[in-house]
Design a protein around this ligand. Sequence first.
Ligand code: SAH
Length: 257
Amino acid sequence: MSENTSSIHEFDLNLICEYFSNFKRQGPGSPEVTLKALSFIESLPPDARIVDIGCGTGGQTMVLAQHVTGSITGIDFFPAFIELFNQNAQDLQLRDRVQGEVGNMEDLHFDESSLDLIWSEGAIYNIGFEKGLQYWYKFLKTGGYIAVSEASWLTDERPLEIEQFWQDAYPGIDTISSKVGQMQQAGYVPIAAFILPENCWTEHYYKPQAEIQDVFLKKHASNPMVAGFIANERHEALLYEQYKAYYGYVFYIGKKI
Ligand code: SAH
């Protein structure tokens, strides 16, 4: 990796928000994977209380809502994402059970022991995997579940270039066995961990981005930051192609007993 490569943290948040508003999902994932994770969760009550933390525009939330009977609250930092989230729920006639709210995953206002299921795809890294698992624990009922997806190393060793990229992007990245250990230490029984298939990155994440990047660049031609941002996204997609044997997204499902 070139030393000049910027980290996503350096770009304007509104710009990132506008860019990612173009997509169904704001992280790697797919409807099939959401349902696979859901298949490990047994005996949700018919009136289950579910929270999707870092929900984005709600791609995965709507899939969940169509396969459970309870009510779902989506929480995200970005008001623009929540607006799209609530519009999506409305369009799918899910608005009576699905509610998006602006909120901070580090400062939640649910009652203790009130939730049957905490969901979070591609978002827990914002608080940190361990810290998020620990902090969110008290909101779950005994017998409740947590299902989160998280960038993880697939091997014990990896080439320096990709090691450095992730140390900069998210130093909390770790091996699957370490993450499962952290889940157990946070008080959950680890129920399952599975690696998301490649198409969650290629078909569902990088391809929709590639399709709009030229238009986005043209629209913001006067803003030099945009060229840097798009170059960064393209670089990330190339790194995935080159190093996908060493890292991926992994779903971790745990139960509070
Ligand atoms: N779950 C969605 C979005 C993943 S992207 C999907 O899988 O498609 C990560 C999301 O976390 C973004 O929507 C971002 O706005 C949100 N986020 C980042 N920091 C947050 C915080 N502190 N509290 C709540 N949401 C946050």
